[in-house]
Design a protein. Structure first.
Length: 254
């Protein structure tokens, strides 16, 4: 018998075994229907590869300090998005807010990002520009530091995935924060966002002792990091991303 626990399926259902690690295995002979074959095909062709490239792209953000169900949680979110935008002819129609479901995704549910970062940087799209604004804030009011910690390296990483061409790129900005300087002055960044590209912005908080040392306290049970924005630029812009790195998945986009 399969049960739903924490929003995920676990146990046995027919000839399928749903593991707590998010994997689905078969038990004995399974008679698949056309519907299950199609779902398995979509998962193997689009959902799973897309999830992997996202996790790989943001490795510098999550540092592999993720909870045990992170892969399954991400695949579940992506499955909803992919099936929602999949047409009968196996092409996709994405819109500006198609990937909004990924906003607020935590790589480690043991330490949600917004338990330590008490405000949300502003992300917007103007024309073909992605604008990221980190406002003026005070550390004492807008951040929570673990006990005995006096500094934090904030990593702001953006991954650009051009779905039609199967190309991707990423960039990283780092901000050093210290309790010795309570006020952080506003800072802005802008990036080119070619048509047909989804941009995902993440923040990872890497706490350390400060006072001249970078001895980090983050670990598997504490690593605030998550996706703060996921926006899609409609249109087709294959030529604009020719120099980006290839990824093992592409989407036939209308």
């Amino acid at each position: 018998m399969a049960i739903i626990e924490d929003g995920m399926l676990s146990g046995k259902l027919g000839g399928l075994v749903f593991g707590k690690d998010g994997r689905v295995r078969t038990k004995g002979k399974v008679n698949q229907t056309e519907r299950t074959k199609k779902a398995a095909s979509v998962f193997g062709e689009f959902i799973s590869p897309l999830g992997k490239i996202i996790r790989d792209a943001f490795r510098s953000t999550h540092l592999n300090f993720t909870d045990g169900k992170m892969v399954n949680r991400m695949n579940s979110a992506l499955a909803t998005i992919i099936h929602q935008h999949l047409d009968f002819d196996r092409t996709f129609t994405f819109h500006a807010d198609s990937f909004e479901r990924l906003k607020g995704f935590d790589f480690n549910t043991l330490s949600p990002l917004f338990n330590n970062l008490l405000f949300l940087p502003k992300v917007s799209v103007v024309g073909e520009e992605l604008l990221l604004a980190l406002p003026r804030f005070t550390l004492s009011r807008h951040m929570r530091f673990p006990k005995g910690c006096h500094a934090c390296l904030m990593r702001i990483q953006t991954a650009f995935l051009n779905l039609e061409s199967g190309k991707w790129d990423t960039c990283m900005e780092e901000v050093e924060l210290s309790k010795g300087k309570d006020v952080f002055e506003a800072r802005d960044w802008s990036f080119t966002l070619p048509p047909g590209t989804v941009a995902m912005v993440t923040i990872g908080l890497n706490f350390h002792q400060g006072n001249g040392t970078m001895c980090a306290i983050n670990a598997k049970n504490f690593h605030p990091a998550g996706i703060i924005a996921a926006v899609y630029q409609e249109g087709s812009g294959v030529q604009a991303v020719e120099k980006w790195s290839p990824m093992k998945v592409s989407f036939p986009v209308k």
